[in-house]
Design a protein around this ligand. Structure first.
Ligand code: ADP
Ligand code: MG
Ligand code: ZN
Length: 590
């Protein structure tokens, strides 16, 4: 159907101040006709089966390198804030969470008196060790002055655009490869909308329907039995800011809360298990193993006190033998391994009691109260639709190639359980020693470095587990003794140049004075005395000074040898070679 233009073309030309020929006028008229005809077609088009999409043309996300660039002064960023305290923004106290809710409105159901078993699934958030944030180039440094690492992007100013950090994506892929996930070649960032003062944008950028990794599993070992805890997914997301409550130790009774945006948009991965864990002990062991994996990969520092690793626990109970899952509750705010185990212990008892009494369990989010050692109701559990998830239109999909994924494979380290087995088989560690290495990847990292210069792992282990660990308190990150220095020190002990006793003193001194081991041995002339002439002279003096002991020894009290050895060692300031001392003493006291 031909649609006739109703617009007076003369007027149009006049209005637009066009200068056109007769021919051009004709052409314009035709084009306008076609345009209006098409508009008419669209007008009548059926659109019931069209699915809306956020990206008309799908392209790949643009990514930036992991580099820091400071944006501006704190004062400028805080310029619009009405109330501040120190370097933080002040917000009123949170009414909704300012009370511990009572367990009220109990609905009843038929009491259950059979045996019940717990079912647990964990969601672990791990902070990635990138230098800069997930979508901007602010520093991720923990503990910096409040709001000194914030910019218009991470503090949620209008009109800014997020740009994805490539290294954060790399780290998420590495985590996925290490635990046998499928790395998805196409994943999408979504907005999770909710309101809270630590979330300046009003939404968290996370992944929802299309996470970066799917499937996989983490092996845990309990009483020598290995169990694979299946993973559901690993997705990337940004962290929220930090709130410090003013006027009270926690949120309860606080007059206000001070908000620090430094943590906003720090990259996290969330690792979600299937409901595969069947005891608090297994849950604790799973987090221990997962931490070991992430720390040894070098992608997370695993510090639970600083919140680098956080865990939400989902738990339900069901009749033993039943395949159906019970109604779950989610527990938050546990910030140690012990807290995870305790909170679950508490909650399982509570849920079982409810079942036995015939009180209906409702899905909710509960908090762990560390001082009261109990869980409390925080809010009814929100469903995913409450967050109005949708793909973030500012970020294009993350598109990965095989080449990219494969190039990260050499950053994947050995699994913790394999590492543990290696310690037992190759280094003759005890089970306990091997476990210590497994849960503290920094130990094995240092140990392996020393072994590049020294080839007796068992001798090294003896020094490591007693002296080194007690001096460092287990914090291997701050050790000043270089692996080759420690190796050289051990070689000198093996050669008998210094005694074990002096070695211990040297080590202590090295730590208190922050000096090198070989440096101390050389400077203080601590080399062991092996010259028989010198040792003989010392022994002669001792024998002369102790005639009665000599007589007793000669009359059969040979136990006194220890006394003479001790005196000789003392006189030589511990430097005499004990083997030579023993030989000479036996000879002289005959
Ligand atoms: P939500 O949408 O509430 O976060 P998910 O299905 O994403 O729930 O599961 C979150 C976590 O809870 C997962 O680790 C999952 O294994 C675990 N989970 C789900 N249902 C149960 C249940 N009935 N009992 C125990 N854990 C569960
Ligand atoms: Mg969830
Ligand atoms: Zn920023």
């Amino acid at each position: 159907m031909k649609h006739k233009s109703k617009i007076n073309i003369e007027n149009l030309i006049e209005l637009a101040s066009f200068e056109v020929s007769e021919e051009e006028k004709k052409q314009l008229e035709n084009e306008l006709d076609e345009f209006l005809a098409y508009a008419h077609v669209i007008d009548n088009a059926p659109c019931g089966d069209m699915t809306p999409s956020s990206h008309a043309v799908e392209k790949e996300a643009y990514m930036r390198e992991d580099e820091i660039s400071a944006w501006d002064k704190v004062e400028k960023i805080m310029g619009n804030s009405p109330v501040t305290e120190g370097q933080s923004y002040l917000v009123p106290p949170q009414k909704t969470t300012a009370v511990m809710l009572d367990d009220e409105n109990e609905e009843s159901e038929k009491p259950y008196d059979g045996e019940l078993e717990p079912v647990i699934g964990l969601e672990v958030h791990a902070r990635l060790k990138t230098k800069s944030k997930l979508f901007c180039s602010c520093s991720t440094q923990f503990g910096d002055e409040a709001n000194s690492n914030a910019c218009p992007v991470c503090s949620g100013q209008p009109g800014v655009l997020p740009v994805l950090n490539r290294e954060a994506v790399n780290m998420a892929i590495i985590a996925g490869l290490a635990v046998g996930c499928t790395v998805n070649k196409h994943s999408v960032f979504a907005r999770k909308n909710y309101f809270y003062p630590d979330l300046p944008k009003g939404y968290q950028i996370s992944q929802f329907e299309e996470p970066v990794c799917s499937g996989g599993g983490v092996d845990i070992e309990i009483d020598g039995k290995v169990k694979t805890v299946r993973l559901n997914r690993i997705h990337m997301e940004e962290d929220a800011g930090k709130m410090v409550h003013v006027g009270a130790p926690g949120i309860w009774g606080a007059k206000a809360s001070a908000v620090d945006f430094n943590r906003c948009s720090v990259p996290l991965i969330e690792i979600v298990t299937e409901p595969d864990l069947s005891s608090p002990e297994e849950a604790r062991e799973y987090v221990t193993m997962l931490r070991a994996v992430l720390v040894s990969l070098g992608i997370c520092d695993g510090n639970m006190e600083e919140g680098s690793l956080k865990c939400d626990a989902n738990v339900s109970v069901r009749p033993v033998g039943s395949k159906k899952l019970g109604v779950k509750v989610e527990i938050k705010n546990m910030n140690s391994f012990k807290a995870i185990e305790r909170a679950l212990d508490f909650e399982i008892v509570r849920l079982k009691k409810m079942k036995q009494k015939g009180i209906r369990i409702k899905q909710e989010t509960r908090g762990w109260d560390e001082s009261g050692q109990k869980t409390y109701s925080m809010r009814g559990k929100e469903e995913s639709q409450d967050y109005r998830y949708f793909p973030d239109p500012d970020l294009l999909p993350v598109v990965l190639t095989d080449e990219w994924i494969n190039s990260l494979k050499d950053r994947v380290t050995e699994s913790p359980l394999n590492g543990k087995k290696k310690c037992i088989d190759n280094y003759s560690f005890s089970e306990n020693e091997a476990r210590l290495f497994m849960v503290n990847p920094s130990y094995s990292e240092y140990f392996e470095k020393v072994l590049q210069y020294y080839d007796n792992p068992r001798a090294l282990a003896n020094w490591f587990f007693s002296e080194i660990l007690s001096q460092t308190g287990g914090d291997m990150g701050s050790i000043h003794i270089t692996p080759d220095d420690l190796a050289e020190f051990l070689k000198r002990i093996d050669k008998g140049e210094i005694s074990g006793k002096i070695g211990k003193d040297v080590l202590k001194k090295a730590f208190t004075e922050k000096k090198g081991l070989v440096e101390i041995i050389e400077n203080e002339n601590l080399k062991q005395e092996t010259d028989t002439g010198v040792i003989e002279k010392i022994i002669d003096e001792i024998i002369e000074k102790n005639p009665s002991q000599v007589a007793e020894y000669k009359s059969g009290k040979t136990k006194l040898l220890g006394f003479f050895v001790g005196e000789t060692m003392k006189a030589s300031q511990g430097k005499a070679n004990p083997k030579i001392v023993n030989e000479i003493l036996r000879e002289k006291l005959k």
